[in-house]
Write a protein that binds this ligand. Structure first.
Ligand code: GDP
Length: 195
């Protein structure tokens, strides 16, 4: 799946602009700066494909990438910018809720969690939204190279414990480092099997 072409399709800011739900779709969500762009670039092997969120409120688009000719990879806007204006946050929440509620082809959401920080309240809100929308989600720890083995065990424990309260959660966690390439092949395989 990842050996074929990956191309940017479009940035969507309104529901009407979503492509028809005729391909298997997976999406990536996470706090700003969690390492989402780096992970998408590592997964697809294309540097610069997904751009870093940069300034608050700038990347409010749902970015669609075509993965081969039967899948869409969807990059959701980063959330949790403390300094983002209230109106921006509300607009993003409305779009996200509508997207998650009305996307029958969405097979799985990958929620990125910084391995150093674990699940924060703002992440928990997204997980609860995924539960309510009945969108199966899988948690991906990012930047695992930044922590040692003991901290890794602690965060895995915290996340596993938290996931028990989320009916839409897949029990399997994926630990990744875009920097070192850890977990990338695993994640590719998981996505490739989501037909
Ligand atoms: P985004 O805002 O979620 O798209 O985050 P980015 O992918 O732009 O990453 C935010 C920052 O974290 C950048 O400075 C990246 O270089 C850094 N980063 C991302 N992934 C990793 C990783 O796996 N390991 C380390 N050490 N740094 C990372």
């Amino acid at each position: 799946l990842f050996a074929g072409p990956v191309t940017f399709l479009k940035g969507v800011t309104a529901l009407e602009a979503l492509p028809p739900p005729d391909r298997t779709e997976i999406c990536f969500a996470g706090r700003s700066n969690v390492g989402k762009s780096s992970l998408i670039n590592a997964l697809t092997g294309r540097k610069g494909l997904a751009r870093a969120s940069g300034t608050p409120g700038r990347t409010q688009e749902i970015n669609y990438f075509a993965l081969g000719d039967r899948h869409y990879l969807v990059d959701l806007p980063g959330y949790g910018f403390a300094e983002a204006p209230k109106a921006v946050v509300e607009r993003w929440q409305r779009l996200l809720r509508a997207y998650l509620a009305g996307r029958p082809s969405l097979r799985r959401a990958f929620v990125l969690i910084d391995a150093r920080h674990g699940i924060k309240p703002v992440d928990a809100e997204i997980l609860a939204l995924l539960d309510r929308s009945a969108v199966a989600f899988q948690t991906v720890l990012t930047k695992a190279d930044k922590i040692g083995p003991a901290a890794r065990e602690r965060v895995l424990e915290q996340v596993r414990e938290a996931l028990q309260r989320h009916p839409a959660a897949c029990p399997e966690l994926v630990v990744t480092s875009s920097e070192r390439g850890e977990g990338i092949a695993t994640l590719r395989a998981i996505i490739a099997h989501l037909d």
